[in-house]
Design a protein around this ligand. Structure first.
Ligand SMILES: [Zn+2]
Length: 270
């Protein structure tokens, strides 16, 4: 089992694609979040997009699913004739429905031309914190382990297979629970934010900066969480704000964590 970083950027980054991860297991790609450019990135990774059959969402801030409609479309036009499964916290059902509503005009046209509608269908599964799934021989745990402000529906995922464990914490400030959830993982993916840069860049609106900072993880929190959980490698993705010096963020994290720190890049496999 491997982690494939499809998009590591936060909006409005232009050198990186939007947030999306892949878990590669036994020739299948399991998608976690579907930010901007996700379809292009799946194709760029060499994986046939029509064969992606499982999509997991951490939450529904738009930068984590703005590529979802295009994914459904590209997967279908790419040859998919079978439905796929979508997992996520509420309001996953509503988001899936609205996305299909948005696509319906085009879908109806292509169905009239002979394309199989079945390829756009989704089986949607709303997950709750503490749920565990078995999917194709992988054990997947879902829990709410980060505090992301007013976003109630937040899930982190723990993928276990082949004696390897990959935890995607997702957005947000680590809650105490994350340490236990990520315990002993080989790879932990976290999303750091650099508070000083937010304060410097929004002097006209310090309360806005404070809100943003409080619902994200500082480099120190990332390092301390990785240490406390005893993970092997921490991977940094979705670093905000986008003017942050990624390497410097990595060095900051490394001050609090003795293991490997990887500043993630698009299409990197770990
Ligand atoms: Zn978010």
């Amino acid at each position: 089992m491997e982690l494939l970083l499809l998009g590591t950027g936060a909006p409005p980054a232009f050198r990186k694609s939007g947030q999306a991860d892949g878990i590669l297991f036994k020739d299948k790609l399991y998608l976690v979040d579907a930010g901007r450019n996700v379809s292009r990135q799946i194709v760029a990774s060499g994986f046939p997009i029509k064969d992606v059959e499982n999509v997991f969402f951490t939450h529904f801030h738009l930068d984590h699913y703005s590529g979802f409609g295009d994914f459904i479309f590209s997967r279908w036009v790419g040859g998919a004739t079978r439905p796929f499964r979508v997992y996520g916290p509420p309001p996953v059902e509503e988001i899936a429905k609205r996305t299909l509503d948005w696509l319906e005009y085009d879908i109806a046209l292509r169905v009239r031309e002979g394309r199989v509608r079945e390829g756009t269908r989704m089986d949607v599964h709303a997950l709750s914190p503490g749920d565990t799934l078995e999917v194709d021989g992988m054990t997947i745990g879902a829990d709410k382990t980060t505090d992301h402000g007013i976003v109630e529906g937040m899930l982190s995922y723990r993928f276990e297979a082949d004696g390897r464990t990959i935890v995607i914490a997702g957005d947000g400030a680590p809650m105490k629970k994350l340490t236990a959830f990520a315990r002993g993982a080989d790879v932990l993916v976290m999303h750091p934010c650099v508070p000083e840069l937010f304060i410097k860049n929004t002097p006209q609106n310090p309360s806005r900066a404070k809100i943003t900072i409080s619902r994200h993880a500082t480099p120190e929190q990332v390092g301390r969480t990785a240490s406390a959980a005893g993970v092997g490698t921490v991977v940094l993705s979705h670093i905000i704000p986008i003017i942050a010096d990624d390497e410097a963020v990595g060095e900051d994290v490394a001050r609090y964590f003795d293991g490997e720190v990887i500043v993630g890049e698009d299409l990197q496999r770990i």
